[in-house]
Design a protein around this ligand. Structure first.
Ligand code: 5GP
Length: 204
């Protein structure tokens, strides 16, 4: 029985390990696809065009906005980030679940446009641990690190908007928690009206 895909938003302060968790989640679940965002930020060492992001100039990004190619976009820490519309809508229509790895402002916009989506916030085990992870990454200048820590403080304050939280104390625990959430969400009666009808369950 066909079931439309689930739109899942995963947010977390920078340095929490959300990209690693997101990548492993899609590797281990063939029904789950990762949406690749467009950004004007410079690629970090090791990042790959089309896999981590679609890297755009500011002009290119602005013309994508004008052409209505994003379901949401934001300016974050001086760069633009946006979620391409076509990929997520096609995937959901074809029964694939889609994972968006985006920050809190974008998550709020997605919730408004797709009220059936599931919002998950991932937390580091502690703020000190987050600081260590951001500094340890070694790819950012001190002022960028400070900026990202302040951003993290602001983002954690938005957790009330989310449906679930998971703590990334270990990658496997975080992945298990997200999988359990997805399984529960996909088992909700309201998401399975057609299936329940099909097996002859008369609710009237
Ligand atoms: P980073 O520069 O560390 O890759 O990403 C910075 C923040 O932007 C992260 O929280 C990341 O999840 C978020 N982000 C990435 N792509 C998008 C997007 O398309 N939309 C929004 N709203 N945030 C995004």
């Amino acid at each position: 029985m066909f079931q439309k895909g689930l739109l899942v938003v995963l947010s977390a302060p920078s340095g929490t390990g959300k990209s690693t968790v997101a990548r492993l989640l899609v590797q281990r679940n063939s029904r789950l696809r990762l949406s690749v965002s467009a950004t004007t930020r410079e690629p970090r060492k090791g990042e790959v065009e089309g896999k981590d992001y679609f890297y755009k100039t500011v002009d290119e990004f602005k013309s994508m906005i004008e052409n209505d190619e994003f379901v949401e976009w934001v300016e974050y820490c001086g760069n633009y980030y946006g979620t391409p519309k076509k990929y997520i809508e096609d995937s959901i229509e074809n029964g694939f679940d889609v994972l968006l790895e985006i920050e809190v402002e974008g998550a709020a916009k997605i919730k408004e446009k797709y009220p059936d989506c599931v919002l998950i916030f991932m937390l580091p085990p502690s703020f000190d641990e987050l600081k260590k992870r951001i500094e340890g990454r070694g790819t950012e200048k001190p002022e960028v690190i400070e900026n990202r820590l302040n951003q993290a403080r602001r983002e954690i304050k938005c957790i009330d908007m989310y449906d679930y939280f998971v703590i990334n104390d270990s990658i496997d625990n975080a992945i298990n928690s997200v999988n359990i959430i997805l399984q529960a969400e996909k088992s909700k009666v309201k998401r399975n009206k057609d299936l329940l009808e099909h097996i002859g369950f008369d609710r009237r």
